[in-house]
Design a protein around this ligand. Structure first.
Ligand SMILES: [Zn+2]
Length: 159
């Protein structure tokens, strides 16, 4: 199987046909359950059973591809939220290490994958083998996911 950049890359980087711009902000969707939100940011604990505590922080302002396109104030808001959520994940899941992956290779809209890394881990000492989700991944049972999300929302000072 050949691996290629997404078709229509030039338009996607301008926000045309961007699935993240087009998605609505919700407490829960097919991908995850929201644990944090502010004016321009959502963070969602992921349903896919890839790694315990796997969370995506998503920029919800205008379309941004590269983080340097943010103004200084927006950048402070974005990275401040990324750090705040990462610290809450560290305290709740107690991993060895947090990983921060701001990639945008499959969806070029600013978002950051937060991946706790554990003693028992798919790739100790190396980058996490993160693949684009296609919806077929095994899911964390709803009750378990919501219990974790509730604890994280409380830790983050949300509802
Ligand atoms: Zn976008």
């Amino acid at each position: 199987m050949s691996i290629e950049w997404p078709a229509d890359w030039a338009n996607l980087t301008r926000g045309i046909g961007c699935v993240m711009c087009d998605s609505r902000r919700a407490d829960a969707d097919d991908y995850g359950v929201r644990i944090f939100s502010s004016e321009n940011i959502d963070a969602a604990l992921q349903r896919a059973d890839i790694q315990r505590g796997y969370t995506v922080v998503l920029w919800r302002g205008r379309h941004i591809t590269e983080p340097f396109e943010l103004t200084a104030a927006e950048s402070a808001e974005y990275w401040g939220a990324v750090m705040r959520v990462a610290e809450a994940l560290m305290e709740y899941y107690r991993p060895l290490k947090m990983n921060y992956e701001t990639l945008g290779n499959s969806v070029p809209h600013l978002h950051t994958h937060l991946l706790p890394r554990y003693v028992v881990d798919p790739a100790p000492g190396r980058p996490f083998p993160l693949l684009p989700q296609n919806g077929s991944e095994p899911k964390i049972p709803d009750a378990d996911l919501h219990e974790q999300a509730e604890a994280l929302r409380r830790a983050l000072g949300g509802r």
